[in-house]
Design a protein around this ligand. Structure first.
Ligand code: NAD
Ligand code: UD1
Length: 336
């Protein structure tokens, strides 16, 4: 089965392409390269000995999408393409609504005109806002605290409504907790542009000397050591979660939602310590004020995915920091 992967040269999309290929699907990559490198394709070939078909295109380009759907006889879409920087979304909300929301509407309209009924969507635990209870299950109320988060809430709603219009439509929204790590080969990983916003890439860049120290945003939270707690999930497990969701439900219909997390929370200090062990380098850090919009703790109830998909995260925090270090030390400047 040929499937289209929008955002397939990005961090999560590229790893998921490998998992899809392993599972017997043929992913066709569609990406405008706004936040990824064309060199990802070479890395994917080295790892898999497979040449992935690639179309440089934007999800807003209905004509190109349609031509791609027809050329490859696409049967389902894995939709990763989106802008994802929370801070930037508060400065440029309209870009986020246009790219993430309007772009997804164009994608769905084009799918519909080509008779493609199945979509797997990259959502986020950000849709839970400030948790009312922990661990967070899929029934937890959803909301948002910034435009990026609202784009995820809005697209989830669009998918629910789209599924109501045709009994053949299938939409699976996967709510990721905190994806980290890299491919175990060290050939593929995350390389954010500019100064990383997220913790793991910031630690990794500090370990290779690109940053002087990690600022820990707050040490007075009501958590085990006062620093923020998150549910970090290895990118390989996350990729496997997509395959499990699609292979389980590919003949079903309706709108479905799953959390993809480990169910375990680690503090910022625990992550820094684990990384120091993996890299055998002391990671310098300083305590800094809380970051606006941050919450104390966040971790998943991942039991629905276990029950329905037979999926659970396998890799522990050591694998996450080992693999991040392997990738970062091999490619300190990413693929550029
Ligand atoms: P990424 O930026 O590495 O990948 C996104 C890819 O989409 C990039 O390659 C980019 O070039 C492409 N893209 C963006 N807009 C496009 C458009 N209009 N047309 C075509 N391609 C476009 O990000 P990622 O971390 O791999 O995230 C993938 C998805 O998962 C996103 O939807 C993101 O919001 C979601 N998500 C990510 C995280 C995370 O921590 N990384 C957490 C929760 C959810
Ligand atoms: C952030 C986004 C969230 C997005 C997710 C993607 C915010 C408020 N939330 O989540 O919408 O889905 O990334 O992975 O931006 N930390 C430091 N120092 C740093 C960086 C982070 O102490 O330099 C701390 C944070 O305060 C937090 C933890 O590390 O406690 C994780 O932060 P981060 O990696 O940015 O993820 P989230 O804030 O959970």
């Amino acid at each position: 089965m040929n499937v289209l992967v929008t955002g397939g040269t990005g961090y999560i999309g590229s790893h998921t392409c490998l998992a899809l290929l392993d599972a017997g699907y043929t992913p066709v990559i569609y990406d405008n390269l706004s936040n990824s490198s064309i060199k990802v394709l070479d890395q994917l070939s080295k790892i898999s000995s497979h040449t992935f078909d690639f179309i440089e295109g934007d999800i807003a380009d209905s004509k190109k999408l349609k031509a791609t759907f027809e050329q490859y006889n696409i049967e389902a879409v894995f939709h990763f393409a989106s802008l994802k920087a929370v801070g930037e979304s508060t400065e440029q909300p309209l870009s986020y609504y246009r790219n993430n929301v309007a772009g997804t509407v164009t994608l769905l309209e084009t799918m519909q005109s080509c008779g493609i009924n199945k979509i797997i969507f990259s959502s986020s635990a950000t849709v839970y806002g400030d948790p009312q209870y922990l661990p967070i299950d899929e029934q937890h109320p959803i909301t948002a605290t910034n435009p990026y988060g609202w784009t995820k809430v809005m697209v989830e709603q669009i998918l629910v409504d789209w599924c109501k219009t045709d009994y053949q439509h299938l939409a699976i929204a996967l709510r990721y907790f905190n994806p980290v790590g890299a491919h175990p080969s060290g050939l593929l990983g995350e390389s954010p542009n500019g100064i990383p916003n997220n913790l793991m890439p910031f630690i990794a860049q500090t370990a290779v000397g690109k940053r002087e120290f990690v600022s820990i945003f707050g040490n007075d939270y009501n958590t085990k050591d006062g620093t923020g707690v998150r549910d970090y999930i290895h990118i390989t497990d996350l990729a496997a979660g997509h395959v499990a969701a699609f292979s389980t439900h590919q003949n079903d219909s309706g709108s479905l939602v799953y959390n993809l997390g480990t169910g375990k929370g680690y503090s910022v200090l625990e992550i820094i310590n684990a990384f120091s062990e993996s890299a055998n380098i002391e990671i310098k850090y300083k305590f800094a004020p809380r970051r606006a919009g941050d919450i104390a703790s966040n971790f998943a109830d991942a039991s629905l995915a276990k029950k329905n998909l037979g999926w659970t995260a396998q890799l522990n925090i050591e694998a996450m920091t080992d693999d991040t270090w392997h990738w970062q030390s091999k490619y300190p400047n990413g693929l550029e």
